[in-house]
Write a protein that binds this ligand. Structure first.
Ligand code: NAD
Length: 257
């Protein structure tokens, strides 16, 4: 499929799932805007690499998704936003009565409120262009809960609620809004946790992955960033034009349990 002539803005896309999605959108022909809160040479080099590999225009724009004005500024600076992927996210694990209040605020800001701010600025651009796609990266934790992840679970359920509302507000327009709910995905963040867990439980890499990390994922396989990119490209296709306000689980059966 070709997304030539479309511009995609992907928040939190200098690593992991966001970068995987940006690469698949670029492979499908979209110009891409990468983002994170850092402003390093390697961030801009990443954009140059995506541009060279896929023959599209790629830019990196620094913006801190914990700040509403910066979220809005990202879309304004992009200048055009046909495809908006709200992906930036952080996690913290602690019992609710010990959960640091400032961490709660940060998780709600980055994982949920940022999507409100970017969507608010992107929708008028999509209306002007006569076409638009909003893809929110929620989580299996947008549909179900785990202990000690109160802020993350609350934020991701919020993302699913925001997705439905935006879908209803745009239902009669050529704009859709959907959420992808990944289970465990092998991002650098998850990869980095494997050696410590191997040492802690005296387990092999395979045992850590299957018995600890993927204990709730019936397939006992990680989802991949390429698969999430493919799901995003599907939501941007004509075949998905009547799919709006829904969630797509990419979780190896987690939410079927
Ligand atoms: P990651 O840490 O590799 O990527 C997170 C991205 O968000 C990075 O690019 C990071 O720089 C960016 N980011 C963090 N704080 C930011 C801020 N203040 N402003 C701008 N950017 C910021 O993690 P990931 O696993 O790729 O996660 C991406 C998304 O996928 C998150 O929303 C996460 O909740 C969701 N998710 C991940 C998994 C998983 O197993 N990895 C599962 C379900 C959902």
């Amino acid at each position: 499929m070709t997304l030539q002539g479309k511009t995609a803005v992907i928040t939190g896309s200098n690593s992991g799932i966001g970068l995987g999605i940006a690469r698949e959108l670029a492979r499908a022909g979209a110009d891409v805007v990468l983002n994170s809160f850092t402003n390093r040479d390697e961030d801009h080099a990443l954009a140059a690499q995506v541009a060279a590999e896929f023959g599209v225009t790629a830019r990196y724009i620094q913006a801190d998704m914990s700040k509403g004005a910066a979220c809005r500024g990202l879309i304004q600076e992009a200048g055009r936003c046909d495809i908006l992927v709200n992906n930036a996210g952080i996690q913290h694990v602690a019992p609710v009565d010990e959960f640091p209040a400032e961490t709660w605020d940060a998780i709600l800001a980055i994982n949920l409120s940022s999507a409100f701010h970017t969507t608010a600025v992107a929708l008028p651009m999509m209306r002007a262009a006569g076409w638009g796609r909003v893809v929110n990266i929620a989580s299996a934790h947008g549909l179900t809960a785990s202990p000690f992840k109160s802020a993350y679970v609350a934020a991701k359920h919020g993302v699913v609620g925001l997705t439905k509302t935006v879908a209803l507000e745009t239902a009669e327009e050529p704009i859709t809004c959907n959420a992808i709910c990944p289970g465990y995905v092998l991002t650098p963040l998850v990869e980095a946790q494997i050696p410590d867990t191997m040492a802690k439980y005296n387990m092999s890499r395979d045992e850590v992955i299957k018995q600890v990390m993927l204990e709730r994922q019936p397939s006992r396989e990680f989802a991949t960033v390429e698969q999430l990119g493919g799901s995003t490209v599907f939501f941007c296709s004509d075949a998905a034009a009547q799919i709006t306000g829904t969630t797509l689980s990419v979780d190896g059966g987690w939410t079927a349990l």
